[in-house]
Every structure is written in structure tokens, then in C-alpha cells.
Design a protein around this ligand. Structure first.
Ligand code: IPD
Ligand code: CA
Length: 267
């Protein structure tokens, strides 16, 4: 549906801000996914980006919950920049259990199950093992919030890491950013202001590929104490609207020590 729709004229609407875009394809894809999934699993719960925009409650409980972003990278989709995906996560007991991220434009399917590894089009993937900022290719994003105070922090964070890093990319899809780290195409990604549907699937893909997925230590806390190599994903709260994903704990610590978290109101 996305592949066919990308070259057609889009009916574009806006949501929370003037740069928070939605098209009829976002809505149609979400409807299709939930009708199939909840048809198969009627006792399960659901959270979807467009259902939430339409007024549905965004609450994560212990009930198995399908967390769906029908198009992650809607701005890319609207501009025909080929970096958008469908993101489907299943959380059980609030923990990611299944993650599926599909970029139909490049025909790349990232999948993961808890404890079962991570795959790209069926082949196992793993992180780069980069453990120092001076060797790292980073990803971050501005998101769709243009609040002056937060924009200043986002710029300052990018400024704080860029001197030492090999580079910094903003490519417009949180789910694909996490999968890029999982596949060893980049080494770390951080963003503030994302939502659970942006990260539910990609966080599991990255964790299963051997990477680190974490919230940021609250302002002033010692980043070196914050990251544990084991069970990192268990402690990740995807409702807190922030993510730091990295190939290694060492790299995550180095970045966390340089950037300032933004505490958005949780989902
Ligand atoms: C957005 C993308 C983007 C990120 C934003 C998200 P959407 O999701 O993941 O990369 O910077 O924070 O909202 O709106 O395209 O589903
Ligand atoms: Ca979306």
C-alpha cells in the first residue's frame, strides 16, 4: 500500500504541530494492520499513532499490546525520500517481545523476537561494536516539535557530540534509525520527543542485535553508573519519549555524558 501510494498525490494534514504530518495512507495502513492483528488476537490491546491522534487512549498495560506506527517517517514519505517504514511491536508485560520494521521502498524487513536474535530479510544482523565516539557515525533528529527551548537543547546536544564523531545524520525515521544501528550501518542514535510507536519494534531489533537501548540518566546523574550491559532493554521505559541506542555500553556512556535530556510528558 505504501509502495503504491508514495508516488501519488497525498492528502496531507497536520497534527500536534505544523510539521507533524499525516496522510490518508498513514490512516489506511493503521486500520488494515489493526483489523488483521486484532482479528487474530481479539484479547490483545493496541496502541497506534493514528488511533491516538484520533482520540484513543495511549496506555501500556501488562496485557499483550500491539504498538503500531503505520508509517514511521511520514515526512520522508510525503517528500518521496526513500526512508520510511511500517513499525509493528508487540509488548508483553510492558516489555518488547516482537519487533517488525519494514521499509517497503527498499524492501528491507527487520525482525526480532525476544531472545531469538535480529534479522534483516532473514539473515542475522549484529551491531558494529564501535566503543568510542571518535570512531562513531551518529544519528539524531529534530522531531516535529519546534518549541524554542527544546530546539536549543537539540542543537546543543548535536553540537556536543559532533566534534569528535565521524558524522551525524538526520534521516527521519526513529524505527529505521534503531535498525541502522542494529545492522552496523551507524553506531548510536539519540532523540527526545519520540513516542512508543516510534521505538517499540526497533528497540527490540537493536537489543537483539547486541546493542544497548536506554533512557537517559536524569539531569546531573552520573552516566557511567547508568548503563548496565545486561538487561538494558528490561529497564527501558518506551513511554518516556526518549531513546539512546548504541552499539556498545561504552559508546552509550560517552554520549550520555555529553548530552542533556529533555523530559517530555510521557505517553
Ligand atoms: C517521526 C520520525 C522522525 C522522528 C520523529 C517521529 P513519524 O515519526 O520517527 O524520525 O524525528 O520524532 O515523530 O511522525 O514519521 O511517524
Ligand atoms: Ca507515523
Amino acid at each position: 500500500m505504501i509502495r503504491e501510494a508514495v508516488n501519488k498525490e497525498h492528502n496531507i494534514d497536520t497534527k500536534v504541530s505544523a510539521v507533524d504530518l499525516v496522510t490518508e495512507t498513514d490512516q489506511a495502513v493503521e486500520k488494515l494492520i489493526f483489523s488483521r492483528l486484532l482479528g487474530l488476537y481479539p484479547a490483545h490491546a493496541s496502541i497506534g499513532e493514528e488511533s491516538t491522534a484520533g482520540g484513543a487512549r495511549c496506555v501500556l498495560t501488562d496485557t499483550p499490546t500491539w504498538i503500531v506506527d503505520p508509517i514511521d517517517g511520514t515526512t520522508n514519505f510525503v517528500h518521496r525520500y526513500p526512508n520510511s517504514c511500517v513499525s509493528i511491536g508487540l509488548a508483553i508485560g510492558k516489555q518488547p517481545a516482537v519487533g517488525v520494521v519494514y521499509n517497503p521502498l527498499l524492501d528491507e524487513l527487520f525482525t526480532a523476537t525476544r531472545g531469538g536474535g535480529a534479522f534483516l530479510n532473514g539473515a542475522p544482523i549484529s551491531v558494529s561494536r564501535c566503543d568510542a565516539l571518535r570512531n562513531a557515525l551518529l544519528i539524531s533528529e529534530f522531531g516535529s516539535d519546534r518549541k524554542e527551548e527544546y530546539m536549543n537543547i537539540k542543537f546543543a546536544n548535536m553540537r556536543a557530540v559532533i566534534n569528535d564523531a565521524h558524522g551525524l545524520r538526520c534521516v527521519g525515521s526513529a524505527a529505521l534509525n534503531l535498525c541502522a544501528i542494529a545492522a552496523g550501518r551507524a553506531d548510536a542514535y539519540f532523540e527526545f520527543g519520540i513516542h512508543c510507536w516510534d521505538v517499540a519494534a526497533g528497540a527490540l531489533v537493536l537489543s537483539e542485535a547486541g546493542g544497548v537501548v536506554s533512557n537517559l540518566p536524569p539531569n546531573g546523574d552520573d552516566a557511567s553508573q547508568h548503563f548496565a550491559a545486561e538487561n538494558c532493554l528490561d529497564r527501558y521505559d518506551m513511554m518516556r519519549r526518549q531513546v539512546l541506542g548504541a552499539s556498545t555500553v561504552q559508546l552509550a556512556r560517552e554520549i550520555a555524558a555529553l548530552i542533556k535530556p529533555i523530559e517530555y510528558t510521557p505517553d
